[in-house]
Ligand binder design. Structure first.
Ligand code: EPS
Length: 379
């Protein structure tokens, strides 16, 4: 099974991702991983830490002559701002962070919790996802994330070819698909920052080129929608996940929700095998199985919990009321969340791909992919 774990503290020596079960024979492109890491560091409204760090991946294992070996791949990103041993504890837990719950649960310090709870950890989740994308690329599958709402302001995604959408996102300082809205959003972020407050938002990920048949209906923990929801919900500060219409589906009648099925002989050679759908309200998943339509996932990110104008809290020692602690933070990291969610979704899709086509070697996966599509066209 393809899976990964991460290790590392926000101000520790380094962050590590250990990717296990990644197939052999995939050409490694570390520059592409670094480009994702750089994107994660960007977006208007980020804090001072990103001026200190220049995140870059070091591949410590699992690769020979620039190709994966099928053995565990250890990815490392070193923290320039390594200072953990010099940092003291906090006494005033920040509402919304793990400070209070973690310190009580582990009968220990706030520092020991916040260092691991910090979204800095997402650096190596992005590295693992960017690696997974290199497997997806071999099958023509792309994952693409963008911001669709920030601070309550909707920025509807524009429809276009993949290359157009890439260019639109590239042009936007907040990674939306409509740079014409940037100035308005930047102003909102500036004003919020001046007020000592923070902003959340909604990001969307679109995966194109999927075959019919990734994931399965047969067991709850293997359903691809469930796996994606877990991976996305487990990103720091994410409070909601939707697939396709999501919550809106609950408000409509069945006839206005489900995507009619048609067959178009001329599209038989596509990954959707000619089964075309005039709408994609299901967001590419039916019964936990991909249906050949683009996968559409949305995630709601709450505003960062470290506030320069802190909320009421208590002193853990005295239990008396005091303002929550403030440590350097970002006003808005919704753009970064679009990169993180894109990459964690990419990993789950790659995992489902290996569940279906095997995870020993790329060549075997490709042969099985071709055989499956040949057989499915006969169905
Ligand atoms: C982050 C690094 C952190 C924060 C942020 C995310 O850097 P520092 O704590 O050194 O300023 O900017 O962390 C949080 C949002 C959090 O809640 O801890 C990063 O690299 O993404």
């Amino acid at each position: 099974m393809m899976r990964y774990w991460t290790a590392g503290e926000s101000h520790g020596k380094a962050l590590i991702a250990l990717v296990d079960g990644f197939p052999a024979g995939v050409e490694l492109d570390t520059a592409a991983i670094d480009a994702e890491l750089r994107r994660r560091q960007g977006g208007y409204g980020r804090g001072g830490r990103q001026r200190i760090e220049t995140d870059a991946v070091d591949v410590l294992s699992g690769v020979w002559q620039n190709r994966t070996l099928g053995s565990p791949i250890a990815l490392q990103v070193v923290n320039r701002d390594y200072k953990l041993e010099r940092l003291g504890d906090l006494e005033r837990p920040r509402p919304g962070h793990g400070d209070l719950t973690g310190a009580i649960k582990f009968l220990g310090s706030i520092r020991g919790v916040l260092e691991r709870a910090s979204a800095r950890e997402t650096t190596v989740r992005v590295a693992a996802g960017a690696l997974a994308k290199q497997l997806l690329r071999e099958f023509g599958i792309t994952a693409f994330g963008y911001v669709v709402e920030l601070g309550g302001v909707a920025i509807p995604p524009r429809e276009g070819a993949h290359s157009e959408r890439l260019a639109w996102r590239e042009a936007s300082s907040i990674y939306s698909l409509d740079a014409a809205r940037d100035a308005e959003i930047e102003k909102l972020i500036d004003e919020t920052g001046k007020a000592g407050d923070t902003l959340g938002g909604i990001v969307e990920v679109r995966v194109d080129g999927l075959p019919i048949g990734l994931g399965t209906h047969t067991q709850w923990d293997l359903k691809l929608d469930g796996r994606i929801a877990q991976a996305v919900m487990a990103v720091q500060a994410i409070k909601g996940v939707e697939i396709g219409l999501g919550f809106e589906a609950a408000r409509r009648r069945g006839s206005q929700v489900h995507d009619p099925i048609r067959f178009d002989e001329s599209q038989r050679s596509s990954t959707a095998l000619g089964y075309v759908r005039p709408t994609n309200n299901a967001g590419g998943l039916e019964a936990g199985i991909t249906n050949g339509q683009p996968l559409i996932v949305r995630a709601a990110k709450k505003p960062i919990s470290t506030l320069r104008k802190p909320l009421d809290s208590i002193n853990l020692g005295t239990k008396l009321p005091e303002a929550a602690a403030y440590e350097r933070s970002d006003v808005c990291a919704v753009s970064a969340a679009s990169v993180i969610v894109e990459n964690v979704v990419a990993f789950e899709v790659a995992r489902a791909l290996t569940d279906k086509f095997g995870n020993d070697s790329l060549v075997e996966m490709q042969a099985r992919w071709n055989l499956y599509h040949e057989m499915a066209r006969q169905r």
